[in-house]
Design a protein around this ligand. Structure first.
Ligand code: GLV
Ligand code: MN
Ligand code: MN
Length: 405
């Protein structure tokens, strides 16, 4: 099964015809189509597909009580995301296993391809939810109560999609069967293009936090309410967005306010509430903490100045991740023997390989993105580079699977 054929089938699923972006939110019809695509192709390859207790899918090549080599990524997307973020890692894993099977490669240990759920946190706002649940970083109880923008809980969304939310929780049994995880991902930046190389190897992930800010003011008439009488929650929200930019620049970090929900959101009224989300990342945790504290202090000051209430809740925090150095170096050697000189790159993007790194040796391969843009329909990867990525992943899997330990 060639990568291009797999990709051609996956490409239209969950794509918005107007924007060209993907809306593959977890536990929706688009998500279910993507899962069916995966199950169909994994089964055709002779893999045994099993859902785990947390809504992730695992396609096993061989039976493992311990020691399996895992690969894969996610199929969910951000709102109007690019086609490659996550999906490239899943399609490449299927194509790499197909390549090994075509060559009659005989693995000394089991391999497994994972489709990890709600990686983006686009629906329930906790990123890497499937692996956070698996590793116990969030409890089943807390996860079941997460709500989307319509107030649907994760428990309700899973039940509506035919999955059992009562099972959510840590999965030491499954983690005990897996020895390591290698995630291939489209590059989310533009380091490889100027170097003229198609594939890089991950070094680590910046620490990352997300906060929910609820500004509560007083609804009123946009034409008749005097400026001095207003309690307009949009004003401190706007000042917080500017503070995020200023504090990020001052600390050498990145901070973004992107998701904003205004209530009731009329064009001729003052809102009663504005809900906004801050995403902040930095090279180290101290810088991240100083940046986010400064932005949140600015938010409190602006809310007070406008007579607006503010509550802040941290929705997720992911510490600094360093991928396993032995695994990383081994992958660099394997690629070099295969004629690929792969540079080692860090990233500010979050990944399930980062969450799983708390429990397993993990590593990442990045495939060149000529635009450098991600979380947007402008995200790109050339077919030839995707095929090189498949070849690289197949070489890495062949090396890891030939070692029976
Ligand atoms: C996921 O892609 C993230 O970095 O937020
Ligand atoms: Mn991703
Ligand atoms: Mn992403």
């Amino acid at each position: 099964m060639r990568f291009a054929e797999l990709w051609a089938e996956l490409e239209p699923l969950g794509r918005d015809p107007g924007t060209g972006g993907y809306r593959r939110y977890s536990w929706t019809a688009a998500d279910s189509q993507c899962r069916d695509w995966f199950t169909h192709h994994a089964t055709r390859l002779g893999l045994a597909v099993e859902p785990d207790r947390n809504g992730n899918l695992w396609a096993w090549w061989g039976d493992a009580r311990a020691g399996a080599v895992a690969t894969g990524s996610h199929l969910d997307s951000v709102p109007d995301g690019g086609g490659y973020d996550g999906a490239l890692g899943v399609a490449s894993a299927l194509a790499a296993v197909a390549e090994l099977k075509d060559k009659n490669f005989n693995p000394e240990r089991a391999a497994v391809i994972a489709v990890l759920t709600e990686e983006e946190g686009a629906r329930f706002r906790v990123p890497c939810l499937g692996t956070r649940l698996m590793t116990g970083a969030i409890s089943g109880e807390d996860a079941r109560a997460l709500t989307d923008d319509d107030g649907t809980t994760l428990a309700q969304a899973m039940a509506a999609a035919g999955a059992d939310p009562d099972q959510l929780g840590p999965d030491d049994d499954l983690l005990g069967r897996i020895a390591m995880f290698v995630e291939l991902h489209v590059e989310q930046g533009r380091a490889l293009e100027p170097l003229g190389v198609p594939v890089g190897v991950g070094d680590g992930i910046w620490p990352h936090g997300r906060w929910r800010l609820d500004f509560t003011g007083r609804a009123d008439h946009a034409g008749t309410a005097r400026l001095e009488d207003r309690h307009d929650p949009m004003l401190p929200c706007a000042q917080t967005a500017l503070a995020a930019r200023e504090q990020a620049a001052a600390h050498g970090a990145v901070a973004t306010m992107s998701k904003v929900i205004a209530e009731p959101g009329g064009t001729n009224g003052i809102n009663s509430a504005v809900h906004a989300w801050l995403d902040a990342r930095a090279a180290d945790e101290e810088t991240l903490d100083r940046t986010s504290a400064a932005v949140l202090a600015a938010a409190q000051g602006a809310a007070k100045a406008h007579g607006v209430g503010l509550t802040v809740r941290q929705e997720s925090y992911t510490p600094l991740v360093r991928f396993d150095q032995n695994l990383r170096d081994r992958i660099v050697r394997v690629l070099s023997a295969d004629g690929l000189s792969a540079p080692v790159l860090g990233t500010g993007a979050g990944h399930d390989a980062g969450v799983l790194a708390a429990r397993l040796p993990t590593a990442m391969l990045f495939v060149r993105n000529p635009t450098g843009i991600s979380h947007s329909p402008a995200e790109q990867a050339h077919l030839a580079d995707c095929e090189t990525g498949v070849r690289a992943l197949a070489a890495v899997l062949a090396d890891l699977l030939a070692d029976g330990r």
